[in-house]
Write a protein that binds this ligand. Structure first.
Ligand SMILES: Nc1ncnc2c1ncn2[C@@H]1O[C@H](COP(=O)(O)OP(=O)(O)OP(=O)(O)O)[C@@H](O)[C@H]1O
Ligand SMILES: [Mg+2]
Length: 264
């Protein structure tokens, strides 16, 4: 489904600011997998999503999506197959358009139909979808999305992503800017939607508890590498404490390696 082989990206190469943001990423995702991604600040998580989404071209390696080599495909072309949500709740929607118009946009784009051909039945369909969110937004279909709260906007963005039926959904801390109760609600909507539509998903989060609870697999990144990849029984038995221990152990080991290199 998604395959990354030896993916590398260095920012500012050959300068004092050189940063190996992706340092040989190997990752294979099966269709329908829901992977949570954790790691400290600057580990390369967002850069990994940017590489997959096509925000920049990688220095070396291969990225395949659904059997197609997308390594050098333009970002806007990948966007047909890859849905993205960000921490910034303004990024996923068109703020000056209404809820109805935003959903119509996602819907007609997917169906290859004109935006202006949206009919009454389509609108009823959108309203039903919005109602299922359980946020009371079905009575505000003509409200501009820019006027909604962050949580409401993320919920609408999720709906748009679901309507567009992407092959891959990338969620980059999409609940981080929300208050805890709203974040929990949006996470529940996320989970329901992914389960129902069986969308292959990667979700970055700093909430380790949520990372272990949601989805079927968890990967941990550190310094541009995947240092940890758990699923199945190993993941079921994992606790936040054990995960922190593993992280410290892995980082310390790497620190020692770095030191050894310096001594050479
Ligand atoms: N466009 C860019 N230009 C230069 N450096 C970049 C760029 N994007 C990311 N970096 C650098 O790459 C490294 C990884 O950044 P990235 O944003 O992927 O981290 P992250 O794991 O998402 O962290 P956070 O949890 O803070 O969001 C950082 O050192 C960052 O400064
Ligand atoms: Mg990030």
């Amino acid at each position: 489904m998604l395959e990354l082989r030896e993916v590398r990206k260095t920012f500012y190469p050959g300068t004092p600011n050189e940063k190996k943001a992706l340092n040989g990423i190997e990752l294979h995702l099966d269709a329908g997998e829901f992977v949570t991604v954790i790691g400290s600040n600057g580990a390369g998580k967002s850069t990994l999503f940017n590489a997959i989404g096509g925000a920049f071209l990688i220095d070396s390696g291969v990225i395949q999506l659904d059997g197609r080599n997308i390594t050098s495909m333009k970002e806007y072309k990948r966007a047909f197959d890859i849905g993205r949500l960000f921490q910034d709740t303004m990024k996923g929607t068109a703020p000056n358009m209404t809820i109805e118009e935003n959903l119509a946009l996602a819907y007609t784009r997917k169906a290859g139909r004109s935006f202006f051909a949206v009919n009454k039945r389509d609108k009823e369909y959108f309203r039903d979808l919005v109602k299922k969110l359980g946020l009371g937004l079905e009575d505000r279909m003509r409200t501009k999305v820019g006027q909604l709260s962050g949580g409401q906007r993320q919920a609408v963005s999720l709906l748009m992503a679901a309507i567009a039926q992407p092959k891959l959904l990338l969620l980059d801390e999409h609940t981080a800017a929300l208050d805890p109760a709203t974040a929990e609600k949006v996470l529940r909507i996320t989970e329901d939607m992914i389960q129902k539509d069986k969308i292959t998903t990667m979700m970055i989060t700093h909430d380790i508890q949520a990372a272990l609870r949601l989805g079927n697999r968890t990967v941990m990144m550190d310094e541009g590498r995947i240092i940890f990849d758990i699923s199945g029984k190993e993941r079921e038995e994992m606790t936040v404490e054990k995960l922190m221990e593993c992280y410290e152990k892995n980082s310390r080991k790497k620190l020692e390696n770095d030191r050894m290199l310096l001594h050479r």
